[in-house]
Design a protein around this ligand. Structure first.
Ligand SMILES: Cc1cc2nc3c(=O)[nH]c(=O)nc-3n(C[C@H](O)[C@H](O)[C@H](O)COP(=O)(O)OP(=O)(O)OC[C@H]3O[C@@H](n4cnc5c(N)ncnc54)[C@H](O)[C@@H]3O)c2cc1C
Length: 300
């Protein structure tokens, strides 16, 4: 681990935690420590961290709510940047502007509060706004690309840019940000006026469906695999006889075979082994190659 003492003036005022275990932040409850976990309060602090890291060749990466990643047990070298303190949400007419660290579910509740429709689909996705834009998160027929108007990013070179949604190359769980390495700072969503009671009912309905079908009572990273063309990952895994299959403390959920749940102090290594086993077994059984949706980062 590098010593940051010599940069204390440059990093003054920024909330930095050293050798911080990431398992307490990740949805899977696995993952080693980050050398330096930082919580910028605004885009200027963020820019200072990225500038310093680039100049000194210290690796850095950003995390949102860590609901779509597995951090390996060896942890992450350099800076891990989290946006918990950049979470302001404002409403102007039919537009909601949310900072990257805003909770997506809470943002949909703010839309409800203002009787704005279009965001109901996202009401149970446990990501941050930044992570949701990066992933083009979606559910029940909706996706971020349908409601995004524009977003503000910090480029890896330290420049702030405004990106129009039409230029975001949204696809299934894909956005331009995955190609450029930009950091999403904030996003603007365009919604429509609706009827409060109808929006509320739809959100309740989708929440009910989620609770019915997903093992939300356990740590997980949501659907581990992307939906293969013409198939459902959960169904293929189930047909391969893998429901309940366990390696270490991680198990293929009985309730939804597309989820892998941490049932007993599982590790990232358990997750990786189970993912590899499921891919191999499903390929042998159905000929379909499953592709991971969840991202695996850090050192083994
Ligand atoms: C129980 C459960 C249910 C889920 N249901 C759904 C669902 O219905 N639909 C769906 O699409 N997903 C679902 N997910 C997955 C996950 O919630 C989404 O992919 C979400 O968008 C990830 O956001 P995050 O903030 O947690 O991102 P993280 O997991 O923290 O990060 C994911 C990726 O985004 C990048 N990233 C994060 N923030 C930023 C930023 N500000 N700028 C640039 N890059 C950034 C990270 O570097 C990383 O590569 C579910 C997960 C769980 C655990």
């Amino acid at each position: 681990m590098q010593n940051l003492e010599k940069y204390s003036v440059e990093l003054e005022g920024i909330d930095i935690r050293f050798n911080e275990p990431l398992s307490q932040y990740t949805y899977t409850k696995v993952g080693g420590a980050a050398d330096f976990l930082v919580f910028p309060r605004n885009r200027y602090e963020l820019a200072r961290i990225v500038k310093l890291a680039n100049r000194e060749n210290i690796p850095w990466l950003v995390l949102g709510n860590s609901s779509n990643i597995i951090v390996r047990d060896g942890g992450i070298r350099g800076f891990v940047i989290m946006f918990d303190k950049l979470n302001n949400v404002t409403v102007d007419g039919y537009t909601i502007e949310a900072e990257a660290g805003a909770n997506l579910t809470q943002t949909t509740r703010i839309a409800l509060h203002h009787s704005l429709t279009g965001f109901e689909f996202a009401c149970g996705i446990p990501g941050s706004v930044g992570g949701a834009v990066f992933m083009n998160a979606g559910a029940y027929g909706g996706e971020i690309g349908h409601v995004l108007v524009s977003c503000k990013v910090l480029t890896p070179e330290g420049e702030i840019k405004n990106l129009d949604a039409r230029d975001m190359r949204f696809g299934y769980r894909h956005s331009l940000i995955q190609e450029t390495g930009d950091i999403v700072i904030s996003a603007k969503f365009g919604l429509a006026p609706g009827v409060h009671q109808n929006i509320h009912q739809e959100m309740e309905r989708l929440t009910y469906l989620r609770e019915l079908k997903q093992p939300l009572e356990y740590p997980s990273c949501g659907s581990v695999f992307k939906r293969p063309l013409g198939h459902f990952a959960g169904q293929l895994i189930s047909e391969a006889g893998l429901k309940g299959y366990r390696i270490g403390g991680v198990e293929v959920s009985e309730k939804h075979a597309g989820f892998m749940i941490n049932v007993d102090h599982g590790t990232a290594s358990d997750y990786e082994k189970l993912i590899a086993h499921v891919i191999k077994t499903v390929k042998e059984h159905s000929g379909v190659t499953l592709e991971r949706e969840v991202r695996i980062i850090g050192e083994a």
